[in-house]
Structure formats: structure tokens, C-alpha cells
Design a protein around this ligand. Structure first.
Ligand code: C2E
Ligand code: MG
Ligand code: MG
Ligand code: MG
Length: 290
């Protein structure tokens, strides 16, 4: 009997695994046409300075709408694209598109110190040419390097390879900013912060969610802010949804924030409309009028 149950269990997991593999295969096939068919789009989410309410940046977030499968979440298709290597071509498109968009916004009078934040996958570091791609895109668009910030997750930065560190070093020397995304959720040691040219820590939204009634989360956020302060790094918190969270983060000394409280990620034209009409950016609107 026990043996039978065991077998049933095994069959269940096998079926589930098989379904997952088939879904991944389906997405990977569909993804092959996505760029050519214009199914990918970048949405942009504003990033604000806590003290003055300035627009300090925007994060480019990838969206995929398939004609039959509909909207597919990046948390679902990006891991697939990473495992097949398709993320290299898609990531190159993301970089070029985001950089071009930011150069247009700068030309249109957006704050000169504003940054475009772009998420990178480890796979993009494993093939040669990332540094050249970034430099080319910057030169072609005329975007200053310090208006580009590359977001890397912690697991990505586990320096399994010296070459990743070297590529990051070259990018930093070119003037590009580097942020550690989802900070505090990875499993890697903190040692890499000493060796890598990091500018900013992005506090993961899992620590922000219950910040107002979870003392442990408050201490974790405080500790992250302390690490950043000690190492001379800037800080940003993601996933701010409430005024309470914002007030607490301000009190704790977090410098920059991003979250649904201000805006969801928006298509470029809607992002522009948000900048024109939001009450969150008194400093920016003042600069625009003067
Ligand atoms: P991430 O880089 O940590 O991006 C932040 C995620 O949190 C985004 O999810 C954003 O929509 C969401 N978010 C922002 N504010 C809030 C909030 O107040 N509440 C909640 N609940 N969520 C909020 P999204 O767009 O689904 O992206 C998920 C992840 O997919 C990203 O996490 C990033 O790791 C990855 N990703 C997205 N675009 C790209 C890309 O172009 N390249 C790569 N390699 N990865 C990407
Ligand atoms: Mg990110
Ligand atoms: Mg993040
Ligand atoms: Mg995150």
C-alpha cells in the first residue's frame, strides 16, 4: 500500500514536471517570433527621490503580449528565455530600446540627472559583446553613460566567474551605474560588494510589504541601509504601495523609492502623461515651468 502511494506520488510529480516542461517549450517556440512580430514592449515605472520628490529615474520592465496566449508575465517567460539563451537577443533589444527612449526624454527636457534602469540576466554576461553593445547604444543615442543603470540580481553577482566582474568593471569605468536588485533575497555572500563596482542597493519588496507592522522587516531594512551607508552606496526601495511604507522608509533614511503608490509600470506615452499630471513630483514640475 505504501509502495503504491509512493508510486502515485511519483507519477503526480512526473506529470506536473512534464506539464511544466511542455509549457516552457511552448513559450520558447512562441518567443522565437516575438521580436520579429513586435510582441514585446517596454513599460516604465518612475523612481522618486524621497526627500525632494524629484524624478530620479525609471525602470524599464519587459512586457510580452502573444496573439493567442495573451499576456505572459516576465516572471514566467524570462526564466525560459534565460534557459534557452533567447534572453541574449531579447536583452539586447531591451537595452537599445530603453537607451533610445531615455535619450528622447532627456532631449524633451526631462531632468538631466535622471537614469534609465535596465534589468540584466547572467546569460547576457556569459556571451561576449555586452560591453560593446552598451557602448554602441550609448554612442548612437547620445545618452550620457551615467544616465544608464544596470540592475543585476544578487545571485547573478555571485562571482562564479572572474569575467563577469571584469565586464562589470569595464561598464563602471565607462560611467554606467550598477544596482543590485532584490537585495537581501539572494544567497550569495556580501563579499562581492567589496569587489564589484556597485552604486546602489535595491531593497526587495518582500521587506517593504509588511514594514509598518513587522519589527523584523524594519530591522532588516535598517541593516541594509547601514551596509549601504558604510560602503558608500545609494539605496532604493521597491514595491512601495502605501503612505505608511513611504513615511517609514523616509524615517529610516532610504533615499529613493519605486512602487504602485506612485505608479505602475506604464507604456512610454502613459508614462509621459503621468509625469505631466502627477502630484508626486512638485520639484520636477517646478523645474519644467521655470
Ligand atoms: P524587478 O526587476 O525586481 O522589477 C520589479 C517588479 O516589481 C516588476 O514586476 C514591477 O512591476 C513590480 N512592482 C513594482 N512596484 C510594485 C508594487 O508596488 N507592488 C507590487 N506588488 N509589485 C510592484 P514585473 O514587471 O512583473 O517584472 C518581474 C521581474 O522580471 C523583474 O523584477 C525582473 O527581475 C524581471 N524583468 C522584467 N523585465 C526584464 C528585462 O527586460 N530583462 C530581464 N533580464 N529581466 C526582466
Ligand atoms: Mg529590477
Ligand atoms: Mg527589483
Ligand atoms: Mg523584485
Amino acid at each position: 500500500r505504501v509502495k503504491q502511494e509512493g508510486r502515485g506520488h511519483h507519477a503526480f510529480f512526473t506529470a506536473e514536471l512534464q506539464a511544466r516542461l511542455m509549457r516552457a517549450q511552448l513559450l520558447s517556440n512562441a518567443l522565437r517570433q516575438a521580436l520579429a512580430n513586435d510582441e514585446l514592449e517596454l513599460h516604465y515605472q518612475p523612481q522618486l527621490n524621497v526627500e525632494e520628490g524629484r524624478l530620479v529615474g525609471t525602470e524599464a520592465l519587459l512586457r510580452w503580449r502573444h496573439p493567442v496566449l495573451g499576456n505572459i508575465a516576465p516572471t514566467e517567460f524570462i526564466p525560459v528565455a534565460e534557459s534557452t539563451g533567447q534572453i541574449v537577443e531579447i536583452g539586447a533589444w531591451v537595452l537599445r530600446t530603453a537607451i533610445t527612449q531615455m535619450s528622447r526624454w532627456l532631449a524633451a527636457g526631462y531632468p538631466a540627472e535622471m537614469r534609465m534602469a535596465v534589468n540584466l540576466s547572467m546569460a547576457q554576461f556569459r556571451v561576449p559583446g555586452l560591453f560593446e553593445l552598451v557602448c554602441e547604444s550609448l554612442t548612437e543615442s547620445g545618452l550620457p553613460a551615467n544616465c544608464l543603470e544596470l540592475e543585476l540580481t544578487e545571485s547573478l553577482t555571485t562571482p562564479d566567474s572572474v569575467s563577469v566582474g571584469r565586464e562589470m568593471q569595464r561598464l563602471a569605468e565607462r560611467g554606467v551605474h550598477l544596482a543590485i536588485d532584490d537585495f537581501g533575497t539572494g544567497y550569495s555572500s556580501l563579499g562581492y560588494l567589496k569587489h564589484l563596482p556597485v552604486h546602489r542597493l535595491k531593497i526587495d519588496r518582500s521587506f517593504v510589504r509588511d514594514l509598518h507592522n513587522d519589527a523584523s522587516d524594519q530591522r532588516i531594512v535598517q541593516a541594509i541601509l547601514g551596509i549601504a551607508d558604510g560602503l558608500g552606496l545609494k539605496t532604493m526601495a521597491e514595491g512601495i504601495e502605501t503612505q505608511e511604507q513611504l513615511a517609514l522608509l523616509r524615517r529610516l533614511g532610504c533615499q529613493e523609492v519605486q512602487g504602485y503608490l506612485f505608479s505602475r509600470p506604464l507604456p512610454a506615452d502613459q508614462f509621459e502623461a503621468w509625469v505631466r499630471s502627477t502630484d508626486w513630483l512638485p520639484a520636477h514640475r517646478h523645474a519644467e515651468n521655470s
